[in-house]
Design a protein. Structure first.
Length: 146
């Protein structure tokens, strides 16, 4: 029995109903999966086989495409310093990935993975706590004396 359609529909519904913060976390998760796959293209000695170069390129390009989506989604008018800092980071990541792709530098990819993972955790924390702030409890009193 083929469950891929059901999973695809479930995933699509999750994306369509997710908050903006959750969507950003999902994009980070996608980048981390791609970079993990890119790192796995390398052998234990840190070298890459010629047959794996195209696969490495594909994973890095997909990560760069997700970074581009994050970049165009930044609200530079209202985002202030945070948006500017994120843009700088995204530009840095894209450049580093370009360099790593050309030079087949596993350490550079691993370093970007670590930084993106830290950012992902920050987004997840912010996304989880954004909607959980509650107003101070108010005490309702009832006058039973009439």
């Amino acid at each position: 029995m083929d469950y891929s359609f059901g999973y695809s529909a479930y995933r699509d519904t999750g994306v369509k109903t997710a908050s903006q913060g959750k969507l950003v976390v999902m994009l980070y998760d996608g980048m981390l999966r791609q970079l993990d796959s890119a790192i796995k293209c390398f052998g234990a000695d840190g070298a890459i086989e010629p047959a794996d170069i195209e696969r490495l390129n594909t994973h890095i390009v997909k990560t760069q495409e997700i970074l581009t989506e994050l970049m165009v989604s930044l609200n530079m008018d209202d985002g202030g310093e945070i948006a500017q800092n994120l843009m700088s980071l995204y530009v840095f990541f894209k450049q580093e990935l370009l360099d790593a792709n050309i030079s087949h530098d596993k350490k550079k990819i691993a370093g970007i993975y670590t930084m993106l993972n830290q950012l992902r955790d920050s987004w997840a924390f912010a996304s989880n706590t954004a909607g959980t702030a509650t107003a101070p409890a108010t005490h309702v009193t009832v006058d039973i004396n009439g």
